[in-house]
Design a protein around this ligand. Structure first.
Ligand code: IFM
Length: 411
């Protein structure tokens, strides 16, 4: 199959902190600039004000879906004080999307927390789930007419970051902290520290708590979005892979059983040997974030997700590439879609493909890795759609991949 079903969601995604700008009440903003080499988000893409233009560009290109997140730190600037004005802002975003014919997929939590929540102990604090639940209760008041709600983005990566932040705080307190480097001595990218299952279980609990609230109060289909590592196994490493797969993915995918959909987020694949995850070998093909060029990872991720969830409907909520070369973005996406189509041909229930990301944006401490379908001038905020946006829009309009894509994957 190289055509996709009617009603397939074709979209692009963003996250509030990465595009809005001046998210000053969030914990990430507070931490920016503390780590050597980390850049600030500042005004980001000023999408807080320019979202109508962002959405219009996506709709005009031919896409029918926009995934974006709403920002807890704005909605609840101090515990228990809900900003009606900020809720109204996000409601306007939903209305703008609907008015343009874009199906909104709203993420309630995309990595960032209010500062006060972090100061109270964050996700490891005693009141974490109670706090998140009351934020979600407030947020549901604006979700009328939103068909898809993701409770949390990449809880597995968030668990990893939460563990890392705790280790940093402890080491700083004892004067032992040394900044982590992104590279090993041989220049290969260092594997990320593994997320702690105890932290992950807390996120599963939080997800289940708010899933029921969103279901009761809105008509939305509810799920969460999991970062997939697409592990591949060296001889003799099966057991190691299963162990790592549980820690990195399966705990979270099992947590999505009973959901209305599960979001698959896939960028690259990685080898597991008997000793553990192998660093991406340095290669000219590697992306601007150092990961291997592996468009086939999407097929691996979707198949693994189906196996673990037992068939929860899938939406690809992120897939993309950090590159300066837009031709390469098109080639990567075409090939990834070909692998997605093959998985669907094998009977996997996939309802949509949402590209990461709409705009070149703030990649969590760095501006250099450009994942966007639209370039943004950092001085004037002028948007310039790239050829990849028109390309993906054409695929969306036609519901099929052009010849070019089929040839690329046949090679
Ligand atoms: O930018 C991130 C996004 O916030 C979460 N998923 C991966 C993307 C690319 O690194």
């Amino acid at each position: 199959m190289t055509s996709f079903p009617d009603g397939f969601l074709w979209g692009a995604a963003t996250a509030a902190h990465q595009v809005e700008g001046s998210n000053v009440n969030s914990d990430f903003w507070a931490n920016e600039g503390r780590m050597p080499g980390m850049e600030r988000s500042g005004d980001a893409c000023d999408s807080y004000h320019r979202y109508p233009e962002d959405m219009r560009l996506l709709a005009e290109a031919g896409l029918n879906t926009y995934r974006f997140s709403i920002e807890w730190a704005r909605i609840e600037p101090v515990p228990g004080l809900i900003s009606k004005a900020q809720l109204a802002h996000y409601r306007r975003m939903i209305d703008t999307a609907l008015g343009l014919g874009l199906t909104p997929l709203v993420t309630l939590h995309h990595f960032t927390n209010p500062r006060w929540f972090a100061e109270e102990g964050g996700w490891l604090g005693e009141r974490a789930i109670e706090r998140f639940t009351s934020y979600v209760e407030a947020a549901t008041s604006i979700l009328d007419g939103v068909p898809y709600v993701a409770t949390m983005n990449e809880p597995n990566m968030l668990a990893m970051m939460t563990g890392l932040a705790r280790a940093m705080q402890q080491a700083q307190a004892s004067g032992e902290w040394q900044s982590p480097t992104v590279e090993n001595d041989n220049g290969a990218r260092k594997p990320l520290p593994a997320p702690e299952p105890e932290i992950g279980k807390r996120f599963v609990e939080a997800h289940h708590a708010v899933r029921d609230i969103v279901r009761k109060r809105t008509g939305a289909a509810v799920g969460w979005t999991v970062a997939n590592r697409a592990f591949e196994t060296r001889p003799g490493a099966e057991e190691k892979r299963r162990e790592l797969e549980y820690i990195w993915e399966d705990l979270y995918l099992e947590g999505s059983r009973g959901d209305d959909f599960v979001g698959v987020q896939s960028y690259s694949a990685q080898w597991v040997g008997p000793e553990g995850i192998e660093p991406y070998p340095p290669h000219p093909d590697n992306t601007l974030v150092g990961t291997a060029y592996r468009p086939d990872a999407l097929g691996i991720a979707v198949r693994h997700t189906r196996d673990v969830t037992g068939g929860v409907p899938i939406i690809v909520t992120e897939n993309g590439i950090a590159t300066k070369d837009d031709e390469r973005r098109i080639a990567y996406t075409a090939e990834a879609l070909q692998h997605l189509a093959a998985a669907m041909d094998d009977g996997i229930d996939v309802r949509g493909y949402i590209h990461w990301t709409a705009l070149d944006n703030y990649e969590w401490g760095h501006w250099e890795p450009t994942f966007g379908l639209i370039a943004v001038d950092r001085e004037t905020f002028e948007r310039t759609p790239k050829p990849s946006l028109a390309w993906l829009g054409d695929v969306a309009r036609g519901g099929a991949l052009p010849e070019l894509a089929r040839e690329a994957t046949a090679r």
